[in-house]
Design a protein around this ligand. Structure first.
Ligand code: NPQ
Ligand code: MG
Length: 368
């Protein structure tokens, strides 16, 4: 098919509650959506870059700029294009995985909608529903944290992830574990807030029977994670460090990670995300699907990915209501069993609701 244009559309979405991590507090999302216009119909992509370069070097204005000036021209110059070719064509540019992933997602959605195939089927899904976990931000005090955790458990979430940082870690986890009891699946995410010298301190988390400790050290400290893995009994799970299938294999071989968080935006697209899944499956390493506070578009794609066979742990794929009072798509709702249904329609299986899209759009720019 031929790509005729890419629409770069910005939407402003208020979060239902502030989300604090070790790198900052988010109150609203300023999200870049990419609409691919092709000869055979349109497709949607969502860029997971934040407004500021805190989680990774990418940020939303930068992503829009690199798409407009570098990525789009390469794809628009092709007389015909398939989604499978996008990553290879864009590989001439260094970095910018979230921008590349958003463009590939839009082309892939257009292609699959044109052929009537769901993203889940295309990626190799083996499930029609996935267990829902939830990521709980750092709170001002312990009581608020316990209240939020109990609220999510009452809603039916099957796994709780607590954001931690130095000083707000061991005692917070102790309080939650004491409150929820031994059977609740519990894990923590440090977003790179510690150093390799914190090994003995992080080993104090071992007594709380956590599923994993996510990304304790900076993304480039693979060696440090391998050292840490020998000092703590709780499995280390890398997020920020894993930027490709090749690096996933390297981190596993070096003993730096026993479990992997997969986010398509971080690795340059859903097709590379499948490659990360395959590397981990071959090594016997469990994976789960991360989240980046996506709208229903990115949420739909994450559910398709999370339905692959190697995703044996509940992910950060939560219901729409975890983040939004009004989602951009038909909302994803938690079933009584704490699962979310994998979309079955062509492509993403969802599209923006036109009235909501119009209400939240702050700008639109076509690149042709
Ligand atoms: C993580 N996500 O696993 C990320 C971090 C994160 C659900 O914990 C705006 C956009 C705010 C992306 C805050 C979860 C964000 C963001 C946190 C990602 O590390
Ligand atoms: Mg993380």
């Amino acid at each position: 098919m031929r790509l005729l244009g890419l629409e770069l559309r910005r939407v402003a979405m208020p979060l239902v509650r502030p989300f604090r991590t070790s790198f900052g507090t988010e109150r609203d999302r300023d999200i870049l959506l990419v609409r691919a216009e092709t000869e055979s119909g349109e497709g949607w992509g969502e860029c997971v870059a934040m407004a500021e370069p805190r989680y990774s070097p990418e940020y939303v204005d930068g992503a829009a700029h690199v798409i407009e000036h570098f990525l789009a021209p390469v794809l628009l110059a092709r007389p015909s294009l398939t989604a499978a070719e996008v990553a290879g064509l864009l590989a001439v540019f260094e970095g910018h995985p979230m921008a590349k992933a958003a463009v590939e997602m839009a082309v892939l959605d257009a292609e699959l909608r044109a052929t009537g195939v769901s993203l889940a089927t295309h990626l190799g899904a083996v499930r029609d529903r996935v267990p829902a976990g939830v990521s709980v931000g750092i709170t001002d005090d312990v009581d608020t944290l316990l209240e939020q955790v109990e609220g999510y458990l009452a809603e039916g979430y099957l796994r709780i992830k607590l954001k931690i940082e130095p000083g707000l870690d061991v005692e917070r986890v102790r309080a939650v574990r004491e409150r929820v009891g031994p059977d609740v699946l519990l894990q923590v995410d440090a977003n790179a807030a510690y150093t390799v010298d914190d090994g003995p301190h992080l080993a104090a988390l071992d007594e709380f029977d956590l599923l994993l400790i996510e990304q304790p050290l900076p993304p480039d400290d693979v060696a440090g994670h391998a050292v840490l893995a020998r000092q703590v009994r709780t499995p280390i799970c890398l997020d920020e460090s894993v930027t490709s299938a090749r690096i996933a294999r390297d981190c596993i071989e070096r003993g730096a990670t026993a479990i992997v968080n997969i986010k398509a935006g971080r690795v340059g697209g859903y097709l590379e995300a499948v490659a990360v899944h395959d590397v981990c499956a071959a090594a016997g390493v469990p994976v789960w699907c991360g989240g980046m506070l996506e709208t229903g578009l990115g949420r739909a794609a994450n559910l398709a990915l999370a339905a692959l066979p190697g995703f044996t742990l509940p992910g950060d794929t939560s219901a729409s209501a975890r983040y939004w009072a009004t989602d951009l798509t038909v909302p994803f709702v938690l079933g009584d069993d704490g699962h979310l249904a994998v979309p079955t329609g062509p492509g993403l299986g969802v599209e923006p609701l036109s009235d909501v899209l119009a209400a939240v759009t702050t700008s639109s720019h076509w690149v042709r």
